[in-house]
Design a protein around this ligand. Structure first.
Ligand SMILES: C[S@@+](CC[C@H](N)C(=O)[O-])C[C@H]1O[C@@H](n2cnc3c(N)ncnc32)[C@H](O)[C@@H]1O
Length: 275
């Protein structure tokens, strides 16, 4: 049934199609309650295609799995909320783990749902401040399914309000303040951003690119968008990309103990690879 106070036609059947498509493409499981959200997020895309009906927009996507609009469709439906040093206890654990890391071996961290990059930069700042240069090197991989947020992440430019909770020492050490037209913005210093590689990775894809093995993985506040089956499959694969005793950090409302025995809890929403 079309909904009257909307300028575009969006039926219950259209919502079911959106739900199927984003589930198959990104593993994102939308509940019935997300119908309004789907309309609000996708209406701009439908209009951009010059259409009045969601069904036509969805037909275009369905007819061509390689259509470039697929990426915009997924980008529109992801939720990208993040912050520097969100759940600071994870960064304290990361510092401890890194301190114990053997000299001479590169310490590798993966931010697996990196959004606009704050999580990866927070991890990089933590590592840079934990051991003096030359002692032990680190590198980070920051990935996300959403190509828009990855652009922001790779640029490393943020509004000053985003770093309001960081202390002056950290700001001085890791950020450059914008001048002139960039007043009110900060940029991550190149020595920090050069430690991070950014790229697209769909956690729900059948295959992941060759990303290697990590000492710590941040996979925070993304599992909540997946159903149990997808969560289990992703956790199993995460474990395969982790060193023995590597750390896994999840979001505050994500509990995986009933889903997998590949990890054992070792702190608040922190896990160690089992075995
Ligand atoms: C709420 S943000 C979490 C950001 C950060 N990890 C944090 O905790 O602050 C969730 C991120 O997961 C990403 N995401 C959703 N589905 C994904 C998938 N299938 N593969 C990779 N990333 C995905 C979204 O694009 C979004 O940027």
């Amino acid at each position: 049934m079309p909904i009257d106070d909307r300028d575009l036609t969006f039926t219950a059947a259209d919502f079911r199609r959106v739900r199927d498509m984003v589930y198959r493409h990104a593993g994102i499981a939308l509940s019935d309650a997300k119908s309004d959200m789907a309309y609000a997020r996708l209406a701009r895309r439908v209009r951009a295609m010059g259409e009045k009906r969601f069904s036509v927009y969805l037909d275009v996507l369905s007819a061509d799995p390689a259509h470039p609009e697929w990426q915009a469709f997924v980008n529109a439906l992801t939720t990208n909320l993040t912050a520097f040093f969100r759940e600071p206890h994870h960064f304290e654990m990361l510092a401890q783990h890194y301190r114990m890391h053997a000299d001479g071996q590169i310490y590798r961290v993966w931010s697996a749902a990196a959004s606009t990059g704050e999580e990866a930069y927070s991890a990089a700042m933590t590592l840079a401040e934990t051991r003096s240069a030359g002692w032990c090197r680190f590198e980070l991989l920051a990935t996300d399914i959403d190509t828009n947020v990855l652009k922001t992440a790779a640029a490393g430019v943020y509004h000053e309000e985003r770093i309001a909770l960081l202390n002056e020492r950290q700001i001085k050490a890791h950020f450059l303040r914008g001048k002139g037209g960039n007043e009110g913005k900060v940029r991550i210093k190149p020595e920090l951003s050069s430690a991070i590689r950014f790229g697209q990775l769909n956690l729900a894809a059948e295959r992941w690119p060759d990303i290697g093995v990590f000492d710590a993985v941040f996979c925070r506040n993304v599992m909540i968008y997946f159903d149990g089956q997808t969560q289990r499959a992703i956790l199993q694969r995460l474990a395969e990309h982790m060193q023995p005793h590597a750390l896994l950090f999840l979001g505050h409302s994500e509990n995986i103990q009933l889903i997998t025995d590949a990890f054992t809890p070792c702190g608040r929403t922190a896990y160690r690879k089992a075995g």
